[in-house]
Ligand binder design. Sequence first.
Ligand code: HEC
Length: 157
Amino acid sequence: MKIVKKIAVILLLVLLAMQFYRPVKNLSQGNHSVTFITETNPSVRVREILENACYDCHSNNTRYPWYNTIAPVSFWLSNHIDDAKEELNFSIWGDYSTQKKSHKLEEVIELIENDEMPLKPYTWMHSEAKLTTEEKQAVIAWAKRSRTLYQLNQQPR
Ligand code: HEC
């Protein structure tokens, strides 16, 4: 019993000490996705869906939940955001080649069709990010149209 108590105290101290270390936050001021928006020209509706359901992980600006103040949750979220941005970051859309943009849009269509994005644990905490069939159709239609225009090597308008 004594040893269990000791371990519990040590764990508690470690957990407390962790609270002093905060990963750098993913925050941007202003219109960080302007190139993406002007090039792919989503409707207001689609833009809202992307902002509500994707931007927290796939852009340079995350709206952090209160529980991000708690370690190790903060580290877990930070890792997820880094992984997501590595694959797809709407805030650096202008740095992607036309081919890459077209490919990323293809992935968007595929992952939404297969219900793989937004990630499940995210929709448990953010019910507004759970896409209805209509919302999925709207995003897919927009992504398909933008992709076709990139394939024709034109800016979608
Ligand atoms: C909670 C964070 C999170 C949210 C929200 C989220 N994603 Fe992701 N996404 C990830 C992570 C992490 C990866 C990379 C690892 C993986 O594939 O699981 C990823 C990968 C992707 C990829 C793959 C890119 C590639 O080239 O392989 C696409 C496309 C994508 N997400 C689209 C979306 C779209 C569209 C939304 C909104 C409808 C969205 N994601 C919402 C975390 C997220």
